[in-house]
Design a protein around this ligand. Structure first.
Ligand code: GDP
Ligand code: MG
Length: 445
């Protein structure tokens, strides 16, 4: 089960097993968890060989311990397995917005229709539900009951057996009533293996009501068998998305998610229980962070992000020294914030190459600046306006007072920051001049 991965991460990070051996053990645990949650074996092996390849080809960023780096690679590759950067957009692109739900019987369409209605109602939209399932006995009653629970109108014609007619009537009625989002629940076929009929039926209602979005509802317990169904649906419906239900009730959720992701279809939501609010927007990265253990992974990712941001600022500093432009307080702010993300200063400083650009006399001066001061300076920078950050020369005494008050600091501290900033700019100018002197001397351009 995917839940076991969390324990494996814990064991890996805190255990005393030597790195190489710990990696082997972790990869075995990972494979076991994935396969037992029905992820396709081929996918599992290509995932782990990708991880191993990256371990040999890439270099750990200086700021991470080797074990942390390993977990960050696992996080990355697992995220790709579940859809990568695909963060679904769940906001309607127009009003009225028509959503049509399809899926085999029992997959959770009707429940999901009500969950979606509740989700959008909470966001402030006027929502209407259309009960266009004419196969299932009492289908209308089921939806009507759910609708009354969440106070959402339900359109139905319990005695009409023509589902296409009902869908059309429901949609036009709700459009007349100025409903923002119309959710159409349809009948399902009997089970797995009847996808062809399911897709044909989908097409008929589709032609009749021209929805803005078609959502295929899949029960997670079919595991990797979701692949064929999702693939055909994805190919047949360019405006299609997928919701995987019953993630709470099966060990095969990982299999269903990865299989659907492999088809290129977008998984928009996952259903995590029978209750009306048990629906989550599916974000692959957040999902993976959770199965790896949110706490452990967040600390590592913060460091990585901090380093990335730091390198961006660093690059800008270098540009400043060679080209034109000026160091603004916004640059200083970005740099300080990036530094803080990476961890305790004393530790961070040992690891950062080229730190001397911002503070030319490294460590000694740096450490004097100190944790506390960085915190206070960030507070000061936070209470400046955007204009002040971009153009600090406008900061006069009264602005200084306002900034100090906003940050809970003494006015002298703000002055000190500004002086430091001015010195920094002088230094940059000096470096620039010296560089161009050297270039002249050696005949550079
Ligand atoms: P439909 O035939 O596709 O409309 O499926 P239903 O909406 O009637 O749901 C079939 C069963 O699955 C019902 O008992 C639901 O309560 C249950 N169900 C739906 N979604 C979920 C879910 O996310 N988690 C759990 N545990 N049960 C669910
Ligand atoms: Mg139903």
């Amino acid at each position: 089960m995917l839940e076991n991965i969390k324990d494996a991460v814990r064991k890996f990070l805190t255990g005393s097993t030597p790195y190489e051996k710990a990696v082997d053990e972790f990869i075995k645990d990972l494979q076991k968890s994935l396969i037992s949650s029905d992820v396709n074996v081929k996918l599992v092996f290509s995932l782990t060989s990708k991880i191993r390849e990256r371990l040999t080809k890439e270099k750990p960023p200086s700021i991470l311990e080797r074990k942390e780096w390993f977990i960050s690679i696992v996080y990355d590759e697992l995220s790709k397995l579940f859809g990568g950067d695909n963060e679904p957009s769940v906001n309607p692109t127009k009003i009225p917005y028509i959503i049509m739900l399809v899926g085999v019987q029992g997959s959770g369409k009707t429940t999901t229709a009500a969950k979606l209605a509740f989700f959008y109602k909470k966001k402030g939209y006027k929502v209407g539900l259309v009960a266009a399932d004419t196969y299932r006995p009492a289908a209308y009653d089921q939806l009507a009951q759910l609708g009354s629970q969440i106070d959402v109108p339900v359109y139905g014609e319990p005695n009409n057996t023509n589902s296409i007619e009902i869908a059309q009537h429901g949609v036009s009625t709700f459009i007349k009533n100025k409903i923002d989002i119309i959710i159409v629940d349809t009948a399902g076929r009997h089970g797995y293996g009847e996808e062809t009929k399911l897709l044909e039926e989908m097409k008929e209602i589709y032609e009749a009501i021209r929805p803005d979005e078609v959502i295929l509802v899949i029960d997670a317990s079919i595991g990797q068998k979701a692949y064929d169904l999702a693939l055909r649906f994805h190919q047949a419906s360019p405006i299609g998305a997928i919701i995987i239900t019953k993630m709470d009730g099966t060990a095969k959720g990982g299999g269903a998610l990865s299989a659907v992701a492999a088809t290129g279809a977008t998984i928009k939501f996952i259903g995590t229980g029978e209750k009306i609010d048990e629906l989550e927007v599916f974000n692959p990265k957040r999902y993976v962070a959770r199965i790896l253990g949110m706490g452990d992974i967040e600390t590592i990712l913060d460091k990585v992000r901090g380093l990335e941001e730091y390198e961006k600022v660093q690059k800008k500093m270098e540009d400043l020294m060679t080209g034109k432009g000026k160091l603004t307080l916004k640059d200083v702010y970005d740099q300080l914030v990036a530094l803080r993300k990476m961890g305790p200063l004393s530790k961070v400083l040992q690891h950062i190459p080229g730190l001397g650009v911002l503070l030319p006399t490294p460590t000694e001066e740096q450490l004097k600046l100190g944790e506390e001061k960085i915190k206070r300076w960030i507070a000061a920078l936070n209470s400046m306006t955007y204009k002040e950050l971009e153009n600090p020369s406008i900061i006069d005494k009264s602005r200084m007072r306002r900034i100090a008050e906003g940050a809970g600091l003494e006015i002298d501290e703000v002055r000190e920051l500004l002086e430091w900033y001015n010195n920094m700019n002088k230094l940059l100018k000096m470096v620039k001049r010296r560089r161009s002197d050297i270039e002249k001397l050696f005949g550079g351009k």
